[in-house]
Design a protein around this ligand. Structure first.
Ligand SMILES: NC(=O)c1ccc[n+]([C@@H]2O[C@H](COP(=O)([O-])OP(=O)(O)OC[C@H]3O[C@@H](n4cnc5c(N)ncnc54)[C@H](O)[C@@H]3O)[C@@H](O)[C@H]2O)c1
Length: 345
């Protein structure tokens, strides 16, 4: 018990105790914090072990003896919490989206680098077996490098009660892609590498309770020459969120498509030389495999300096891809070259 790392959780909403529960498997979560006192109390009850509750993360950081902080609070406070933790010498596991805009991300990175602490952003999607399998398919021995990917991410977000919360305010959440797109956009980078240029377009407004246009399309051109497009909309009654994110892609020697359903995920792929399409079925709906992988790697990175599956790079580049699409969209689809803030590199 005494050898385990000690963490404090900041943000005890829908997701906080879930990710902190994964930390409890390999470390101790000794304190929880949320500005909503009842939320903190609920998380403390749900998590094993004794947790002191706080409503002020600065007080938690000052008072507790911690090795690190888990940031699962709303997106608009990711940067300030990460910087405060880093300045106190604490490692940070921060949920995606890393922050709302790229300069905030660089502030987080600089604070962690200056204080010699680790910073991981929880982009677990690329680690989930069907999504990891598509990355694996880009190996030369299988389908080869990705050439073109398309994702139509139309979902019905009404059951999720986002209207009226910080999610619906682009200044607090980071905008449409922070809610619906962040996972797929990071996975694009895992498939195709770094981005060279971005085009974005907004569609007509329909649901005025979002502060941002809820229909947004973006096309990414990668340094490899590959293209990836995402079409996102929040008012499509035919698909629940979980069913909405099935990419199809063309690779050098064949193609694939993913079909997510509520209780399983089907992956189809075919090499140009194959006679028939191959089918693989995945049932991992708990996502816990991916959470255990990222959290286990975060602990190994801190304790043994092992190279982790994720760092802050995925988080920062994903925010950059989202921000560049918004920037292009407000300019009517003008091409935007990356890096978006060369002066900060
Ligand atoms: N990796 C994943 O699969 C995954 C899944 C869900 C959510 N998330 C991420 O987790 C984060 C939280 O999402 P959620 O769905 O739990 O949102 P939520 O709105 O349910 O919870 C956010 C919590 O942050 C708290 N908060 C706000 N400001 C705070 C502050 N200054 N100090 C302490 N607490 C503060 C709020 O009171 C709220 O309880 C988001 O960044 C989201 O993108 C990741």
């Amino acid at each position: 018990m005494g050898d385990k790392l000690r963490f404090g959780l900041v943000g005890c909403g829908d997701f906080g105790s879930h990710i902190a529960g994964v930390f409890c498997g390999v470390s101790d979560v000794v304190a929880v914090c949320d500005v909503n006192e009842a939320g903190a109390a609920t998380a403390a009850n749900e998590l094993p072990g004794t947790q002191t509750t706080y409503t002020d993360y600065r007080r938690m950081i000052e008072t507790e003896t911690l090795d690190g902080v888990i940031v699962a609070a709303a997106n608009f406070v990711h940067a300030e919490i990460t910087i405060a933790a880093a300045e106190a010498g604490l490692h940070v596991f921060c949920e995606k989206a890393m922050a709302r805009r790229v300069p905030e991300c660089w502030d987080m990175v600089r604070a962690c680098e200056q204080n010699h602490v680790k910073l991981m952003i929880g982009h677990k999607r690329r680690l989930r077996p069907p999504w990891a399998r598509m990355i694996e398919l880009t190996d030369e021995s299988l389908l080869g490098r990705a050439l073109s990917i398309s994702v139509t991410q139309y979902a019905d977000m009404r059951p999720y009660d986002y209207p009226g919360t910080w999610w619906a305010d682009g200044n607090l959440s980071g905008g449409a892609f922070a809610m619906l797109g962040v996972h797929v956009i990071d996975w694009f980078r895992a498939m195709c590498g770094d981005v060279k240029r971005v085009w974005g377009m907004h569609g007509p407004r329909q649901e005025m309770y979002w502060s941002f246009p809820e229909i947004i399309n973006a096309t990414y051109e990668f340094e490899s020459g590959a293209l990836a497009a995402i079409h996102s909309s929040t008012a499509y009654p035919v698909h629940r969120f979980r069913e909405a994110q099935g990419p199809m892609g063309q690779c050098a020697y064949g193609g694939f498509k993913l079909r997510p359903h509520m209780d399983h995920i089907d992956l189809y792929w075919q090499h140009l030389d194959d006679e028939k399409v191959r089918h693989e079925r995945f049932d991992d709906l708990g996502f816990d495999h991916a959470y255990r992988l990222e959290v286990g790697d975060f602990i190994g990175w801190i304790t043994e300096d092992r190279q982790p599956c994720l760092t802050w790079v995925e988080g920062l580049r994903c925010v950059e891809m989202m921000e560049a699409a918004y920037k292009s969209a407000v300019q009517g689809g003008a091409p935007i070259d990356l890096p978006l803030y060369p002066e900060l590199e």
